[in-house]
Design a binder for this molecule. Structure first.
Ligand code: MSP
Length: 488
């Protein structure tokens, strides 16, 4: 059996398919992709899951509006997610669709466990429900108009028979686990938020809906549809082929290998579901808790919430069309600060693309190729002057720390330092003026070392462009292209 600590499992939320993918979905997904690639580079067996959330009234109503069946509508939007992730080089291990049979089986099994262990009971739910959030909402959470503050809409008043989960019994246990970092919640402000919420007391929650039609029925009561959030959370086990099936060899059983998840990546909007409800569900059936929940901030566009009504939605498609695949991945990751809320704009993304990629990386690369051609450098020995090695090592160390802290934008800034250093090193040594060929050889060897090193670091962020850079290095040979290459 493999040791768990050589394995790494990272997840993104399942995105609702009520509309096409946008920048919010792209950011979390590319962040997950980069962290998974990083761990793979470090020698871990990685499993990266993402997918779509296809059930519930929110989707059913979006389908009705489009004049389609919910399944046809979900099929259409799900394939838009799959296509754009493929285009953006998102290297997921599994893409979960909640309408899939695999998921249904996993949900059935999980719910039966909850029931057998006596954590479920029947009751009447009376209260408010916000369809936008797909969540039961308290009166105290509404704004002064009585609207859901997230969706600016009046919630529905519902009274219906539901099945309930005994969430309240887990309050103290969760407080302890979170306080002691057995369940890490990051950044720290989010941990405090969850603890604050837990201290107010937990109420049992409804896990099924009577009036909803589009979803997975409860295995023992077909008149009830599983509450969309409850089934969506179970996807993290579906991805690992939960439940156990005898026909799968134990050594191939993904749950054995990858559970508990190392990181559930989410944004702060869905913190309570992941940091309270999901861990309680796992405690109830006796599965280990995820090691870490990382909730990044929210972003606004030019100071406004991204919304269709305002017409300011940025889509991943538009980003690729403008910046190319690697350019889009880089600009978004460099511009958004994971542990805070960030305001972004097309202008900021364009500046980032022009300054960092076109000017800094692209120009350094072209400049070096021209110099290598002029000086006829064919050999590339790995000698790097001592002081340069120190700088490279320091930057690499910082880069690793920042990635491990999920501060990708700071890790990216470290790589920019390498390019800044390279440019000032060239400006100082001026190999284009230097007549001494030995000296030039040394300068260029050093410079190529810096460039290749930066490309190695940036591989996880820009898999294709860095391939182009690293292609000119074959062992200790430098394969300088005949013509110059414009990377961006
Ligand atoms: N379907 C649920 C999640 C179920 S997970 C078991 C859901 N879906 S969602 O489509 O609304 O996606 C929410 C997630 O999308 C956020 O947690 C975040 O990852 C991403 N974002 C959507 N809009 C965003 C911003 N404006 N800013 C940052 N992230 C955003 O909730």
């Amino acid at each position: 059996m493999q040791e768990k600590n050589t394995n790494f499992f990272i997840t993104t939320p399942l995105y609702y398919v009520n509309d096409k993918p946008h920048l919010g979905h792209f950011y979390t997904t590319v962040l997950g992709d980069v962290l998974a690639r990083y761990k793979k580079e470090q020698g871990f067996n990685t499993f990266f899951s993402t997918g779509v959330d296809e059930h519930g009234n929110k989707i059913d109503n979006a389908a009705k509006k489009a004049g389609q069946s919910p399944q046809a509508f979900s099929d259409k939007i799900s394939s838009q997610f799959i296509d754009i992730w493929q285009r953006l080089n998102i290297n997921y291990s599994d893409f979960i669709r909640t309408t899939g049979d695999k998921h249904k089986k996993s949900v059935f099994y999980f719910l039966k466990q909850l029931k057998n262990k006596d954590y479920l009971y029947e009751g009447i739910y009376k209260g408010l429900y916000c369809e936008g959030c797909e969540t039961f909402i308290q009166e105290t959470e509404l704004d002064e108009k009585g609207f859901c503050p997230n969706h600016n809409k009046k919630p529905e008043n519902i009274k219906e028979k539901n099945w309930f989960f005994k969430l309240s019994v887990f309050q103290e246990k969760l407080i302890l686990l979170i306080k002691n970092n057995k369940l890490k919640i990051e950044p720290d402000a989010r941990k405090k938020e969850v603890l604050g919420f837990l201290k107010q007391g937990l109420k049992d929650i409804s896990i099924s809906r009577e009036s909803v039609k589009w979803g997975i029925p409860l295995p023992w009561d077909k008149s009830q549809i599983t509450y969309v959030w409850i089934e969506a959370l179970i996807n993290y086990l579906t991805a690992l082929d939960y439940p156990w099936e005898k026909k799968i060899q134990i050594s191939n059983y993904k749950l054995q290998k990858y559970w508990p998840a190392d990181i559930h990546l989410i944004a702060k909007d869905i913190l309570k579901f992941h940091a309270i409800i999901w861990p309680a569900m796992l405690l109830a059936i006796g599965l280990d808790l995820p090691k870490k929940i990382f909730a990044h901030g929210f972003f606004t566009i030019n100071g406004h919430k991204m919304s269709k009504t305002l017409g300011n939605v940025i889509t991943p498609e538009e980003l690729v069309d403008k910046f190319g695949v690697d350019g889009a991945r880089y600009a978004v990751l460099a511009e958004i600060i994971a542990d805070k809320d960030t305001d972004i704009s097309w202008e900021k993304l364009e500046n980032r693309y022009n300054n960092d990629l076109k000017n800094n990386i692209g120009n350094s690369f072209s400049r070096l190729i021209v110099l290598a051609q002029k000086n006829n450098i064919k050999e590339f020995n790995c000698f790097v002057s001592k002081n340069i090695k120190v700088i490279i090592n320091e930057i690499t160390k910082n880069f690793n720390t920042q990635i491990n802290n999920i501060n990708i934008f700071l890790a990216i800034q470290e790589t920019q330092k390498l390019f800044n250093f390279l440019n000032s090193y060239l400006d100082q040594t001026k190999p284009w003026q230097e007549k001494d060929t030995e000296k030039n050889k040394e300068t260029l060897t050093n410079s190529f070392n810096i460039l290749f090193h930066a490309a190695e670091l940036l591989k996880i962020i820009m898999p294709e462009k860095t391939k182009i850079i690293l292609k000119i290095k074959k062992g200790n040979k430098l394969i300088t292209p005949e013509k110059n290459i414009h990377l961006f």
